[in-house]
Design a protein around this ligand. Structure first.
Ligand SMILES: Cc1ncc(COP(=O)(O)O)c(C=O)c1O
Length: 393
């Protein structure tokens, strides 16, 4: 399957004429789903997940979000969760058993690491963090206890690209399941199932919903069997998303290509400008030709979103604060993917365990929103002036 066109994002999984021609599907608020007869009641017990039985388990509103995203990712089915982190934890809980070992990229989103170390460890699952650049050599870390390999590409703090097909192939050859956090790229720019991955996870909170007002997660499974195992776990964990949030997820998919194209274009404009600044040591953005991950990004991805980082040349913490605190268009915030730009100090050296993070200067992560990139650059330019003055003081 090639890159899904904006037309597919606009139309995937829709059926307006099932709802009187109303273009957007109605929102079903449901807990109880009643049966008219005893025979019907008994039938639903036999029907598995093929019909609606209870609000937590599935409704036409969860279908309206899950079906298009499964289609766009090229998977057999999807389950939605109350947040992106819940999507990660549900997928891992569907797989890992006491005595298992899972391999997790050293660059993963911090709460993924904490869940592995603080919850899975309590349940007897060991986590080994690996160098995200390991590629096919992941094979050397796989043993009889290895159940799953978790990837995130690019890592959402330091933006190392992983060789996803090489890792997925090495894992599959040893019967090991792969999962990936694909929040950064969305199915518009990367479809991991096409590259051999089993489970694709999204914090729909970010670009899919796109307005910084929704918490929502989703996991897409490659096969029907994997979907059913995931679905059973979701149900047993009591995981579900609220109907209004699911509606916003489905709605967000329709405009995702238009928004992401703009995030990409403005993000690259700002990233290139930052590369020319004397205060900046390095810009970490895989779509830049001199980025170490560029070749992998170019080979596997169809685009880049608006999240990247920069490493400043060594300056005082006070100078960084003077720069960041005075920005007008960049609130300090972590949850990217909305229409607005954000900035955030980041400290990868505090969390890594498998690889060392060596940078002489401080790191700032930026999310480039839908504003005018020229105005964003002007705001950052004034920030660099404050940084320079504060550092000289
Ligand atoms: C890469 C990545 N994955 C998952 C999550 C978790 O999503 P949520 O905040 O919806 O739980 C985040 C949130 O920042 C993230 O950046």
């Amino acid at each position: 399957m090639s890159r899904p066109s904006p037309t597919r994002f606009a139309h995937a999984g829709r059926d307006p004429f099932a709802h009187h021609g109303i273009l957007n599907p109605p929102v079903y608020h449901a807990s109880t789903i009643a049966s008219p007869t005893v025979a019907d009641w008994l039938d639903r017990e036999r029907s598995g997940f093929d019909r609606y039985t209870y609000g937590r388990i599935g409704t036409p509103t969860s279908d309206a979000f899950e079906k298009p995203i499964a289609e766009l990712e090229g998977g057999a089915g999807a389950v939605s969760t109350s947040s992106g982190l819940a999507a990660i934890t549900t997928a891992l809980m569907a797989l890992a058993q006491a005595g298992d070992r899972i391999l997790v990229a050293d660059t993963v989103y911090g709460p993924t690491r904490r869940f592995a170390l603080q919850v899975l460890a309590r349940l007897g699952v060991e986590t080994v963090f690996y160098d995200p650049l390991i590629g096919a050599d992941i094979d050397g870390l796989i043993d009889d206890r290895t159940r799953a390999v978790f990837l995130e590409s690019p890592g959402s703090l330091t933006f190392e690209m992983q060789d996803v097909p090489a890792i997925a192939a090495a894992a599959a050859a040893r019967g090991v399941t792969t999962l990936i956090d694909n929040t950064w790229a969305t199915p518009l720019y990367f479809r991991p199932i096409e590259h051999g991955v089993d489970y694709v996870i999204h914090a729909a909170t970010k670009y899919i919903c796109g307005h910084s007002d929704i918490m929502l997660g989703v996991v897409v499974a490659r096969t029907r069997e994997q979907f059913l195992s995931l679905k059973r776990t979701q149900v047993m964990l009591g995981q579900c998303a609220g109907p209004d949030d699911l509606y916003q997820g489905a709605r967000g998919l329709r405009t995702l290509p238009a928004r992401l194209a703009r995030h990409q274009e403005s993000g690259l404009a700002v990233a290139r400008w930052l590369q020319g600044r004397p205060e900046v040591a390095r810009v970490l953005h895989p779509a830049l030709p001199d980025d170490p991950g560029h070749a992998l990004w170019q080979r596997d991805f169809d685009g880049a979103s608006g999240l990247f980082s920069m490493i400043l040349k060594p300056v005082t913490a006070e100078a960084v604060a003077a720069m960041v605190d005075g920005l007008h268009l960049f609130p300090i915030g972590a949850s990217w993917g909305g229409y607005e730009s954000l900035i955030m100090p980041a400290f990868p050296e505090r969390v890594r365990s498998a690889t060392a993070w060596a940078a002489d200067g401080p790191m700032l992560r930026l999310h480039i929103g839908l504003e005018d990139p020229g105005e964003l650059i002007a705001d950052l330019e004034a920030g660099f002036e404050r940084l320079r003055l504060a550092d000289a003081a």
